[in-house]
Design a protein around this ligand. Structure first.
Ligand code: ZN
Length: 215
């Protein structure tokens, strides 16, 4: 961490001016076009961790990824904030794919492996404790319990997402978005695609047999 430069807020404003000028020089219509509206292909639900700028990691321009971030990329039932994002992304923006992304070295996941505390965050991440309890043997034997728990948490949060009101509404239409689980590997910068147990979820009637996932 010592080699990381510290920015002042004045640095941020100065950098912004340079960036906007560079973009405008390259294409004078860039910002006017961007201001006309958005039609993103993806909704991304990820962790708030500062080391995960998904547009940078995927080398994508503004306008393609609709974003929701919270600690440990959680999908709680009846979280009005997330459900609003889902409703707008699915039913107004018609995103093609929803990505839920966890990451290695996640502080939220590490906290869920530690002793309980009195803080708000402990309430927020309590479902991860259940993911651990339900997969204790596999996790305890894994070479990195926390990183594997991040992966299983992504699967658990996508399962939760399928039961939210906006997604259930989407299932009743022909415009159900695809589902993708990612884990961002901080140690290499690479994204790992996590297979989803869709057949199992169909068998357990969490998803209808008609659900097709073609991201
Ligand atoms: Zn995190």
């Amino acid at each position: 961490m010592e080699n990381l430069k510290k920015y002042s807020y004045q640095n941020l404003l100065a950098n912004n001016k340079n960036w906007a000028a560079k973009k405008t020089n390259a294409s004078p219509t860039y910002f006017p076009n961007l201001a006309k509206g958005q039609s993103p292909e993806f909704l991304y639900i990820g962790c708030s961790d500062s080391r995960l700028p998904i547009n940078v990691m995927t080398n994508t321009d503004p306008g393609h990824i609709f974003l929701h971030r919270n600690i440990a990329n959680m999908v709680h039932q009846h979280d009005t904030n997330l459900e609003s994002v889902l409703e707008y992304a699915i039913h107004s923006l018609h995103v093609k794919t929803i990505i839920v992304a966890g990451h290695h070295k996640c502080g939220g996941v590490a906290a869920a492996l530690g002793p309980k505390s009195e803080g708000v965050i402990d309430d927020w991440i309590s479902p991860i404790r259940s993911v651990y309890a339900n997969n204790k043997k596999e996790l305890d034997e894994h070479i990195c319990t926390a990183d594997r728990l991040s992966e299983l948490n992504v699967i658990a949060q996508i399962k939760s997402l399928t039961q939210t009101r906006p997604f259930l509404k989407a299932l009743s239409t022909k415009n159900t978005p695809n589902l993708v689980g990612w884990v961002l590997q901080l140690e290499t910068g690479l994204i790992k695609d996590i297979p989803l147990p869709l057949d199992e979820w169909k068998k357990d009637e969490i998803l209808p047999q008609t659900f097709v996932n073609t991201p």
